[in-house]
Design a protein around this ligand. Structure first.
Ligand code: T46
Length: 135
């Protein structure tokens, strides 16, 4: 199965332009507890480099683009987030890295849990150990 799970967002646009509504537990497959966005990323900067133990998230570039690398411990896939009309579902125990941010990139993230630093696995070796423990 592909690591990359796209969620197409229905557009409510009309002749005036575009509008997308993201409703929890409908389009977004969980109750949203937190929303954050990443913007103004400096040239050459990459972010992420961690996994989460329980958190699920949907990420969408509402402006510009960036490249998201996902890694489940067995395989890696890299995709461009370059459309406000689709998001990517990032499940728990997935290592993620964000690269190649355009200067106009606004990466919006909808999260299933409140912020909790204890939920992060920020060391790649620990991530690999935990993924194998789960099996
Ligand atoms: C993820 C990717 C896509 C908070 O205090 N509250 C928050 O809700 C978040 C997301 C971060 N923070 C603090 C923690 C750090 O001191 O803000 C600082 C920067 O966070 P971090 O270095 O984790 O940012 P990224 O861009 O590496 O990762 C973020 C999310 O943390 C992460 O869950 O999946 O975006």
């Amino acid at each position: 199965m592909s690591l990359v799970q796209w969620i197409p967002f229905p557009s409510l646009g009309d002749e005036r332009g575009s509008l997308i509504a993201l409703e929890a537990e409908k389009i977004i497959p969980f109750a949203i507890k937190r929303v954050y966005y990443i913007f103004g990323t400096q040239p050459g900067v990459a972010r992420g480099f961690h996994a989460h133990k329980a958190l699920k998230q949907v990420a969408v570039c509402v402006s510009g683009k960036c490249r998201m690398l996902l890694d489940d411990g067995k395989k890696k896939e890299s995709v461009w987030l370059d459309s406000p009309s689709k998001g990517i579902l990032i499940n728990d125990f997935i290592w993620r890295e964000m690269h190649d941010f355009s200067s106009d990139c606004v990466l919006l993230v909808l999260a299933s849990e409140h912020y909790d630093e204890m939920d992060y696995i920020r060391n790649y070796d620990s991530f690999m150990e935990k993924v194998h423990e789960k099996k």
